[in-house]
Design a protein around this ligand. Structure first.
Ligand SMILES: Cc1cc2nc3c(=O)[nH]c(=O)nc-3n(C[C@H](O)[C@H](O)[C@H](O)COP(=O)(O)OP(=O)(O)OC[C@H]3O[C@@H](n4cnc5c(N)ncnc54)[C@H](O)[C@@H]3O)c2cc1C
Length: 507
């Protein structure tokens, strides 16, 4: 009996679970480009193009390896434009009643598969270093889930940067050597752009004609196959990894990538594996090409954060997407969709997101995320934005980062305190403030940096929730120590700013 083997657009790994158990001689691989997915949120055009081009190339690889692939193109008139619809159509055509599928990274897609009137054999996605049961066992009985303990277990499990059961260099975490403000005077190699080939060009034309979502499609710079992804990894390790750690939190006008890896889309599509990117960083350290702090910092992001957020997403289930612990309900301000703003840091982060579908972690967390949290935007709206606009955005990784880490909407499942800051942090880590219409040193009045006003407004309105948090007590003491008239002016200024946001005025 023929079985259908579903391969989704972020499952482009030749030995992914469903392919690993399928039989090339009789089973049919189903891959489908569908509007239902392309429009599930307003995905950035570059993200749609990346996925479609990478799917087409992956299908060609499978065919060359002898697989029968039933591939639905977006513009195929027979295309039902949903994954379920395409599975049913193929089931009918091939007389199949069974589907082999690897667990999808979105609860919505999982529900659709479970609702199919076919027998669906859902297999665990084993591309993660930490398996589902392993995370559950690790989390069991812990009062708080903390990344550092999880990370150490992943180091022990993988043996990365370990010698004789101990961390190399004598410590687990070299963060104190990292995270310096960026300097402009250094020569900084930018990641190379991949010139679109014929397959990519076809897809770009298709995306141009079908999707009018926020974001520029061209220039399109991404690799769309394994060879290109491997080249991007090699280039990162050789050219940017040495300074990865020290520049991890820095922001510079016009320098979107700094020393970041820019490999998350390749990892998330399955073109690169987490263990191989870590081994590459480890090998560069072993060869004396990069400092331990850089290699360790990078490996921590991948086997620590990436695996940790995935574990939380699995553990918390679909209800996590609705979490709103702080009761925030404001609409997402227009600036997020490219509306005018006088804030230099927001203009840089959103402009870059529109042009490149990329912003690095600190821009996402401490600029756009911080602003949304301080302003009290509804977490579901923030989640939808992050899921839409980034090249690497897939629910399993985006949702815990947004709802948990960035918006504290899970009440502390992922992090022990909200990531909020005033303008001083952005000023320290970036060169945005010098050219901003607002003054970062001003704490009150019309010219004050909005982050300064909103920061205290946030702390003040959530006093009951956070004042006994040991990591926040100091800030409440600072606030309480301020002159009462000053505090009133800060709160009044913040209130006016929020009213302007609500009226859709430029902030
Ligand atoms: C609000 C918010 C939303 C985010 N949404 C996504 C998303 O949709 N998809 C996504 O892959 N990452 C997301 N992240 C995490 C992180 O910002 C990106 O992984 C990173 O910016 C990708 O760029 P890079 O490859 O240059 O990463 P680098 O900074 O060079 O880091 C190296 C790798 O580590 C991994 N990594 C680092 N931090 C995280 C993290 N917090 N969670 C998971 N993996 C991490 C990524 O795979 C990344 O490629 C989000 C972070 C925040 C604060």
């Amino acid at each position: 009996m023929v079985r259908l083997v579903l391969v989704l657009g972020d499952q482009l790994t030749p030995d992914i679970a469903a392919l690993a158990v399928a039989d090339k001689r009789q089973d049919v691989v189903v891959m489908a480009e569908v509007m239902g997915e392309g429009q599930s949120v307003a995905h950035h055009p570059q993200k749609i193009a990346l996925i479609l081009a990478a799917m087409r190339k992956f299908a060609a690889v499978l065919q060359a390896e002898g697989w029968r692939v039933a591939y639905s193109r977006l513009d195929d008139p027979e295309n039902s434009q949903t994954i379920s619809g395409e599975l049913l159509r193929r089931a009918d055509a091939f007389g199949a009643s069974e589907v082999l599928a690897t667990r999808p990274g979105e609860w919505r897609v999982l529900r659709d598969l479970e609702d199919l009137p076919l027998s669906v054999n859902l297999l665990e996605d084993d591309r993660f270093i930490c398996r589902e049961a392993e995370f559950a066992a690790w989390a069991e009985g812990r009062k708080q889930l903390r990344i550092e303990w999880f990370y150490r277990d992943m180091r022990r499990k993988t043996g990365l940067l370990m010698a004789g059961g101990k961390p190399v260099g004598g410590q687990w975490n070299f963060d104190h050597d990292n995270r310096k403000p960026a300097k402009r005077d250094l020569l900084r190699p930018r990641p190379g752009d991949v010139v679109p080939d014929a397959v990519v060009e076809d897809v770009l034309t298709l995306v141009e004609s079908r999707f009018g979502h926020f974001g520029r499609l061209r220039p399109f710079r991404w690799a769309t196959d394994r060879a290109g992804a491997l080249a991007a990894l090699a280039e990162f390790v050789a050219e940017r990894l040495p300074r990865f750690g020290e520049e991890q939190d820095a922001m510079l006008e016009g320098e979107a990538f700094l020393s970041h890896a820019v490999i998350s889309p390749y990892l998330n599509l399955g073109l690169l594996s987490p263990i191989e990117v870590c081994r590459a960083a480890e090998a560069a350290w072993q060869a004396g090409k990069v400092p331990i702090a850089a290699a360790e910092g990078f490996i921590r992001q991948v086997i620590g954060w990436r695996e940790f957020v995935r574990g939380i997403w699995m553990q918390e289930g679909p209800a996590y997407l609705e979490r709103n612990e702080l009761g925030h309900g404001r609409d997402l301000p227009a600036v997020y969709w490219g509306g005018e703003t006088r804030m230099a840091c927001m203009a840089a982060a959103v402009g870059q997101t529109r042009d490149l579908a990329y912003a690095h972690h600190i821009q996402r967390l401490m600029v756009t995320g911080n602003f949304a949290l301080l302003a009290g935007v509804a977490p579901a709206a923030v989640h939808e934005w992050y899921l839409s606009v980034y090249i690497d955005a897939f629910e399993w990784v985006e949702a815990p980062n947004t709802i948990g880490m960035s918006q504290f909407a899970d009440g502390g499942v992922l992090g022990s305190k909200p990531y909020v800051s005033s303008g001083a942090y952005i000023d320290r880590m970036s060169d945005h403030c010098g050219g901003c219409a607002y003054k970062v040193k001003e704490k009150t009045g019309a010219g004050a940096c909005p982050f300064n006003l909103l920061y205290w407004h946030f702390l003040n309105r959530h006093r009951e929730r956070f004042r006994s948090n040991p990591r926040m007590g100091q800030m409440y003491r600072v606030w309480d120590g301020m002159d009462e008239a000053h505090r009133a002016r800060v709160l009044e200024g913040a209130g006016q700013l929020l009213e302007r946001l609500d009226r859709g005025e430029v902030v």
